[in-house]
Design a protein around this ligand. Structure first.
Ligand code: ADP
Ligand code: MG
Length: 695
């Protein structure tokens, strides 16, 4: 325990370090900059930069970098050395306030959705002092936001910061209107649970699909799958334990409160749940976590697969996002409080979430849409592509009673008055039973279960923040002119529930009946990423982003363009990889097998025409027709990839990939997997599912 407290945050320029290293007035100026946005003078920045540099050098750093999250979804760094030459051939270690505040990485290598082409090629990174600087591999990393010359966001952090501001502003308005004047700050809190697979590095390196695409494009199902969980853990445990111990330690040094666990359903699958933090910090930490997972796995002869669906037929990986709102006075705004006034406050915030989720189902769906997550959503392991909310029976009863104008509601063994008595304590076990809901209330927070394991948490987080901010704004605007805020707030809660209750569903989201029921209710069912993306620029959404100062229409259009572009690139890489594996590995391997079988037939015949060789002949025939089929269909997919190049608009190309390439790949896979099951093991040119998952 002692060791952990020493380790924890030891590589972070955190509050404690700043208090110690910064002059008092500098520390105060920085705090006021973070809390209230008071501008920071260049002199103050100089003092901070100098203290940061000294601390970093003490901890072995030689370089610094602006660490940012471009639209590629991974983090980017451009390392600079602290070293500056002096006259006479010496060196000094330098780091200026200017270098701390602003950087200018080569922006042309990052996706911009056309923004840079129309404005300026330059991009800037701007220091985000609300997330602490840290040292990673001898480099001082300074979290930054990345934008264009004209100020357009080119990254995933900027909209998150903007959305946190938006929701804070509206939340504080609501709190004030309800007479809560003590809270001065409201932050969104986030606890992302990260799922991942660990497999042997040696086997990984024998599969092009894993190397290029992070998932298997082919592979027949092993005779046994998740049933073998126990057996599997017995064999691999020591290696995985070492990995987890090192991962925890490295993350603790970076100030990430990680707690790794073996607790997932699929073989070789694990989960890491950190302790929640402010959304911005949690998003940075999640990026660091994913990076560390990959690096550390590598050191242990393992590979960490973060892909949403590395193995067909086996549960995929998601990233559950636990989301709530907290005040600087330590109050969780989604906790059904202890006194009646809090109930109204809680119910009002809850209503804002209900309204937001119903009105902006499309945006929530877009925030988790990707070609890789398409494999998960709608399978019987992850929520469907339909957005709905789970509130639990207790809470639903309360809202039902309010909507019906009742003055009290029977609650378990007691009667509860509406708005005047205390809400029941929502124990986790009464609210968390439904694991099939995409957006579930779990007693004191919401858990958004649709995000995929590779997704940056920023996108789903800023979407939730933005849509809820907008609902709160509408409430605050209405209550502003009210003479009886409590009564009018209760009225609002009632109206919202009556209008938006179609979004609430406490049943089994995996069932067929729900799909039908949801359609009846008029809920959206955007089954795939390419069906979801176009809604990004719907007028109501452009208006929302503008109203909440998250994005200009140009920024939204650019983001949509990037999503389509990414979709095309990814499917193209997958298709090319599949063709390569089929043409260069599978077809030659099966041909070799057919040749050997034919040799056997000939040898038998040479001895005597009477020796039976039905088995060989049947196999040769089946293998040959499957190979022909594979060959012809591979050529068709190849043709498809040529044709798509003639399509001009990226959204049309994405649609073409979705409608033509994806089904063609599915067909190819079915044939290849069938071939795998009838080909003798020693001929099959790559490790099978059985060996990947169980050895
Ligand atoms: P489960 O596995 O049942 O979903 P866990 O306790 O493993 O639950 O994970 C819950 C996650 O939710 C953790 O990351 C935790 O830090 C986070 N969490 C808890 N309270 C909040 C909150 N108020 N806001 C955001 N995240 C929270
Ligand atoms: Mg969970």
């Amino acid at each position: 325990m002692n060791k952990i407290s020493e380790l924890f945050g030891s590589m972070v320029f955190n509050d404690a370090v700043m208090r110690e290293k910064l002059p008092k007035d500098t520390y105060k100026a920085l705090q006021s900059h973070i809390d209230k946005g008071t501008p920071l003078s260049l002199e103050t920045a100089h003092v901070i930069a100098s203290a940061m540099k000294d601390w970093a050098l003490e901890h072995g750093a030689t370089h610094f970098t602006h660490w940012f999250q471009p639209m590629t979804g991974i983090t980017a760094e451009k390392h600079d050395s602290f070293i500056s030459p002096t006259e006479g051939g010496g060196i000094v270690m330098n780091f200026s306030g200017k270098e701390l505040i602003k950087g200018e990485p080569d922006a042309s290598s990052f996706p911009s959705g056309g923004i840079r082409a129309t404005f300026e090629a330059r991009g800037y990174t701007n220091w985000d002092p609300s997330s602490y600087a840290f040292i990673k591999e001898n480099t001082l990393c300074i979290p930054t936001a990345f934008c264009s010359y004209g100020g357009e966001a080119l990254d995933k952090k900027t909209p998150l910061l903007r959305s946190m501001e938006a929701i804070e502003k509206q939340s504080l308005r609501i709190l004030k209107l309800l007479g809560n004047n003590t809270a001065k700050k409201v932050v969104t809190t986030l606890g992302p649970e990260q799922e991942y697979f660990l497999i042997s590095k040696e086997l990984y390196e024998k599969r092009k699909d894993l190397i290029y695409c992070g998932r298997t494009l082919l592979g027949a199902k092993p005779p046994k799958r998740q049933e073998l969980e126990d057996h599997y853990f017995g064999a691999i445990k020591p290696k995985v334990n070492d990995f987890m111990a090192e991962l925890d330690e490295e993350l603790w040094k970076l100030g990430v409160l990680a707690n790794t666990e073996h607790n997932e359903v699929a073989p070789a699958q694990h989960e890491l749940a950190p302790i929640f933090a402010s959304s911005n910090v949690a998003a940075d930490h999640n990026q660091l976590t994913m990076e560390m997972m990959k690096k550390i796995a590598n050191k242990h002869g393992l590979v960490c697969l973060l892909h949403e669906k590395p193995f067909a037929g086996i549960n995929g990986s998601g990233k559950h996002i636990n989301w709530s709102l907290a005040t600087d006075t330590g109050e969780n705004l989604l906790k059904p409080g202890k006194n009646p006034i809090d109930n109204i406050q809680f119910l009002l915030f809850l209503s804002a979430v209900i309204k937001a989720v119903d009105q902006y189902q499309d945006l929530l769906r877009i925030s988790v849409a990707s070609p890789s997550n398409d494999h998960r959503l709608g399978g019987n392991e992850a929520p469907p592509a339909i957005i709905s909310m789970y509130l639990g029976d207790d809470l639903k009863e309360v809202l039902d009673a309010i909507a019906e104008g009742k003055s009290e509601v029977p609650m378990r063994d007691r009667k509860m008055g509406i708005g005047v008595q205390i809400l029941p304590d929502f124990k986790k076990d009464t609210t968390d039973r439904n694991r099939t809901s995409p957006f579930a209330f779990t007693g004191s927070r919401f858990e958004f279960r649709m995000p995929g394991s590779t997704t940056s948490v920023s996108c789903p987080s800023y979407m939730i923040n933005t849509i809820v901010a907008d609902a709160l704004m509408e409430f605050a605007d209405q209550l502003d002119s009210s003479d009886d805020t409590q009564a009018d707030a209760l009225k609002l809660i009632k109206e919202v529930y009556q209008k938006h209750q179609r979004i609430i569903f406490n049943g089994n989201n995996y069932s067929e009946e729900w799909v039908k029921e949801a359609e009846k209710r008029g809920l959206l069912n955007l089954k795939s990423a390419v069906e979801a993306f176009p809604h990004f620029t719907d007028k109501k959404n452009l208006d929302l982003f503008k109203r909440q100062n998250i994005f200009s229409p140009v920024e939204v259009t650019a983001r949509q363009e990037i999503l389509f572009e990414e979709y095309c690139k990814l499917i193209n890489i997958e298709a090319l990889t599949m063709l390569d594996m089929i043409n260069k590995d599978i077809l030659p391997a099966v041909s070799a097998y057919v040749k050997d079988l034919s040799d056997v037939v000939m040898s038998k015949k040479a001895i005597s025409e009477d020796i039976p060789c039905e088995m060989e002949k049947n196999l040769i025939s089946n293998l040959s027709s499957a190979c022909d089929c594979l060959y012809i269909k591979a050529a068709a997919l190849d043709q498809c990839l040529i044709e798509v190049n003639t399509i001009e608009k990226v959204c049309d190309a994405a649609n073409y990939f979705f409608e033509k390439a994806v089904p063609a790949m599915n067909e190819l896979r079915a044939i290849a997997d069938e071939l795998e099951t009838i080909t003798a093991a020693k001929y099959w040119p790559m490790p099978t599912y059985g060996s990947l998952l169980f050895t």
